[in-house]
Design a protein around this ligand. Structure first.
Ligand code: GDD
Ligand code: MG
Length: 360
């Protein structure tokens, strides 16, 4: 089976880190999300992948050299300055697909869903499209499905208003589609798969839902991204490697290479340290993801934060939950950043920021 990976969106809710990398290249336990997706698809027998991206994302992914193993990867780019949405790129990939069923996967999700099972279900039901569905507490940020007893989706509503969702079964961002789908998607323009195609298919009876339970997260927001890393550190996806007898570490912690960690610092629980991160003395880091080559100076305290590549955190800095520090940003000594502050790439911060905002 072939698969299309949709990875051309802008990742607005993950700014400023998504200004410098697409969501699909965000590290999850120090491995780019896209590589997890490649490995999972390869395990389910997929051999051929169509990357539906913007030109910028194609450039970023190629420069990053994500390991695709034996997979054959082709790029199908949206026209410059004309993003095709979630449906247009599928139509554009038609020439690569041929006459078999194929998979479509959103590039910003992590899941334990078995792709072969949903493909089997799709065949049995003779569906035009089958959507993987999972249950969440707040469905309002997602596409929501209402099912009949035999698994047909009778109604599909994209992002219903708060409290108006008919069920808490949401579109997990994985579909199996029959080639018949191409007759439904108009060519050469932006198309919303969810708002235009799924709604119509639901009315006509060709849309099915495959309900699964297990791990599923969309990394659309900073809190989701941190939570995914945390959940995985607590799961079997994390194969703990001994990092030496280090009294600094409060497990679970994943560390790439051999970082420098100063005396009396406490790292963890739930910390991901990228390659060549430097940590001074008396530092405290918990529940955070630190991208490669960032440095954190003495007495800094960091909790629930994502710190970008090569960012420099000064002495005695305190950074609160859900802050995001862009790549190459510099936070001067003794600065305090309150909850939810985001700092743009390469920005220097030399005054306290006491309320949630973006420092540009
Ligand atoms: N090539 C291309 N071009 N890809 C795009 C474009 C585009 O114009 N717009 C979005 N994408 C990609 C994104 O990179 C992402 O991987 C996927 O399509 C979905 O877009 P998002 O922008 O992340 O949508 P969402 O998270 O708000 O909602 C979608 O995903 C939810 C599950 O995570 C919908 O499909 C919802 O129904 C679903 O519940
Ligand atoms: Mg998303």
């Amino acid at each position: 089976m072939k698969a299309v990976i949709l990875a051309g969106g802008f990742g607005t809710r993950l700014r400023p880190l998504s200004c410098t990398r697409p969501k699909s290249l965000f590290p999850i336990l120090n491995k780019p999300l896209l590589q997890w997706t490649f490995e999972k698809l390869a395990k389910s027998g997929v051999k051929y992948i169509i990357m539906a991206v913007s030109r910028q994302t194609r450039f970023q992914i190629k420069s990053f050299n994500v390991d695709a193993g034996e997979l054959k990867i082709v790029y199908s780019c949206d026209p410059p300055k004309k993003p095709l949405g979630t449906g247009g790129p599928v139509k554009k990939a038609e020439k690569f697909i041929g006459a078999e069923d194929f998979l479509v996967v959103n590039g910003d999700i992590f899941t334990s869903l078995d792709y072969s099972e949903i493909a089997k279900f799709h065949k049995e039901k003779k569906a035009v499209a089958t959507i993987a569905l999972c249950r969440v507490d707040d469905p309002s940020r997602f596409g929501v499905a209402e099912l009949t007893e035999n698994g047909r989706i009778k109604k599909f509503i994209e992002k219903p208003p708060l409290g108006k969702a008919p069920t808490n079964l949401i579109n997990a961002g994985v579909y199996v589609l029959s080639p018949e789908i191409f007759r439904y998607i108009p060519k050469g323009r932006k198309v919303s798969m969810e708002r235009e195609i799924f709604t119509r298919l639901a009315e006509e009876g060709g849309l099915y839902g495959y309900v699964f339970s297990g791990l599923w997260t969309d990394i659309g927001r900073v809190e989701d991204y941190l939570k995914l890393n945390r959940v995985l550190l607590d799961s079997h996806f994390f194969e703990k490697k001994i990092v030496g007898s280090n009294e600094n570490i409060r497990e679970p912690v994943i560390i790439e290479g051999r970082p420098h960690i100063g005396k009396f610092s406490i790292i963890g629980p739930h910390v991901v340290l990228g390659r060549n991160v430097k940590i001074g003395k008396h530092v405290h880091v918990e529940n955070s993801v630190i991208f490669p080559e960032a440095s954190i100076a003495d007495y800094a305290s960091i909790s629930g934060v994502v710190i970008g590549e090569k960012a420099v955190i000064g002495k005695n800095v305190k950074i609160e939950e859900n802050c995001v520090i862009g790549d190459y940003a510099v936070i001067r000594d003794n600065i305090f950043l309150a909850k939810g502050v985001s700092v743009c790439p390469a920005k220097e911060v030399s005054e306290n920021i006491t309320a949630s905002r973006c420092v540009m």
